[in-house]
Design a protein. Structure first.
Lengths: 337, 337
């Protein structure tokens, strides 16, 4: 009896190992368990992560006064309480303007693992990306001058900048965006998938493992791979065959490529695709099979893949709501028009 | 020498005591240090505070899906990171609509100490108040049905409701608002003023104590009194003589009365007055002297009072950013139009 149990255990173990191997061979990678290994992956040598920067960057991320209106913060569209995005089809910004290209806000969680940022990959990293929405007229609509003046007006911010960058620091728009980017680098959410890939076989359910198999067999991992389970610039021109390609005028990068979004926390970030036109995950899975893999994904397969995607729902970092320094007479006034 | 020190100490102590007595005689009260005493003050016998309700109420407070657009939460206008309000002159809501009466969002911190809620005092308590902005067209613009359907669509919310109210609970709009109100009751911010009034003489600086004296002597405490240092329905018709009374059509309650706002955290909640037309605290202090007390408050007095108001800047409760349950196919979709 003991022998049979032991054999069954070995067989199960081998099966699990072979699934881990299959996943690795398909290009999937886990978030490492070792903090130092993880730090190496998320750090930016040109703007190293420090506690002081993260602390300040978190405040700036939540501060709506960086926007022209004083109403919109990074967290408005990349809501850390809501899977890191806003749940909208097209993002809504300054003066209630919908994104002119009908683009949906991607999640900020695990965005550090993206090869490039923005749907067309025009930005190399989070520090650079953070400069975009702050200035975009239909988003936060601020000028760099407004942002610098706002931050510099508050002694508590100036003090934190000095603590983060040194006492002779000049507060620039770039440095403000850098600091926000640093905070965003820490927004990593390890999931049952990672525990499984790191050798904890029980971290995923039997059904999730079946889903992972289907995910690999169908070919999803040919684009959704790496630590981000996505995040590269795509292997095909998605707009060519995408059912809703005419919603919005977004045409991808210069090669017509659209960034492959991370599938981490995808169960929390409906609606789907760059223009948010697909409302459910199963529809998104099937549409991807049709246009990217040239295959008809069955209901059963879609459901199985969806079950696996649940194993990518990660543990969110513990975030204490920051208390922001008070506005004073030198702080630029909100302009809502 | 020892004798002199002892005498000086006694004299200082007597002076401090006499200032505390003066403040008490002027109707000012401290937030009690004893948690059980405080709980008695903030509790609602008809909707008792429980851990489960506070936990759920906090999530609902931060959930923008309670609004029609899916973009506006209670925290949008009553931002807990920013002194509990939005820093706007007139609140901005659904479709970027400014408050039609040009009313400014009051702080939610310590709002539990208000005798009544809203600028015209039309609501008796926070539970009742919470129903208002959710439904108001220029604010969250939701119907009670939308709110109930949204909350009920998410199993994690249903579970928390059962944990909070019992397993046969029916999720109603009233109960949702009640739960938000319960969370808001906990948003109390003890300040140096309270420590001083509770006998810790060194909790306020010499200048703040001087400011408190001026505050009492000038007559500010005739309206700004009680634990809220404000919060009652006013002793005068403020709109009659207020410099900016013509900005917006707000005329107060049926007697023309405007609620006296709390002065707790007032250093963090510019701009001032019901229509947000006074930008600085010193101007607000002088305008109040002119229209409410019929006295010219000097620059020196205004500055001294402002210094005292700094002692009302309280310690904010530790708030862990809540993680909200994921939207699913049954959750009403955002409507931004």
């Amino acid at each position: 009896m003991k022998k049979i149990v032991a054999l069954a255990f070995m067989a199960a173990s081998l099966m699990a190992n072979s699934l881990i191997d299959d996943a690795k061979n398909a290009g999937l990678k886990a978030i490492p368990e070792s903090p130092s290994e993880l730090l190496k992956l998320i750090d930016n040598p040109k703007n190293p992560i420090t506690k002081a920067k993260v602390k300040l960057g978190k405040k700036l991320y939540f501060d709506p006064r960086l926007s022209k209106s004083g109403l919109i913060s990074c967290n408005t569209c990349h809501n850390l309480s809501k899977g890191g995005d806003d749940g909208m089809q097209a993002a809504i910004g300054h003066k209630w303007t919908a994104n002119p290209h009908h683009l949906s806000s991607p999640t900020v969680y695990n965005a550090v693992f993206n090869d490039k940022q923005f749907w067309d990959g025009r930005s190399p990293d989070l520090e650079d990306q953070a400069q975009g929405p702050i200035q975009a007229t239909p988003e936060m609509a601020a000028t760099p001058e407004h942002v610098v003046k706002t931050v510099t007006s508050m002694p508590a911010y100036v003090k934190e900048f000095k603590e983060a960058y040194g006492y002779d620091v000049k507060i620039t728009f770039k440095k403000i965006a850098d600091t926000i980017g640093t905070f965003e680098r820490t927004l990593v959410t390890p999931a049952p998938f990672d525990a499984f890939m790191n050798g904890h076989e029980d971290a995923m359910t039997k059904e999730q493992k079946e889903g992972l198999k289907t995910f690999i067999q169908v070919g999803c991992a040919s684009c959704h791979n790496g630590i981000g389970v996505g995040g590269s610039m795509g292997a095909m021109n998605v707009t060519a065959k995408y059912k809703y390609m005419n919603v919005g005028d977004f045409k991808g990068d210069k090669n017509g490529m659209v960034k492959v979004p991370t599938l981490r926390n995808v169960t929390e970030t409906a609606p789907y695709f760059h223009n948010g036109m697909v409302l459910t995950l199963q529809d998104a899975i099937k549409e991807m099979g049709r246009i990217q893999l040239g295959t008809k994904i069955t209901d059963k397969q879609a459901k199985s893949i969806e079950t696996f995607l649940g194993a990518l729902e990660g543990k969110k970092p513990y975030i204490k709501l920051p208390m922001l320094p008070a506005t004073n007479d030198n702080t630029p006034k909100p302009v809502v028009k």
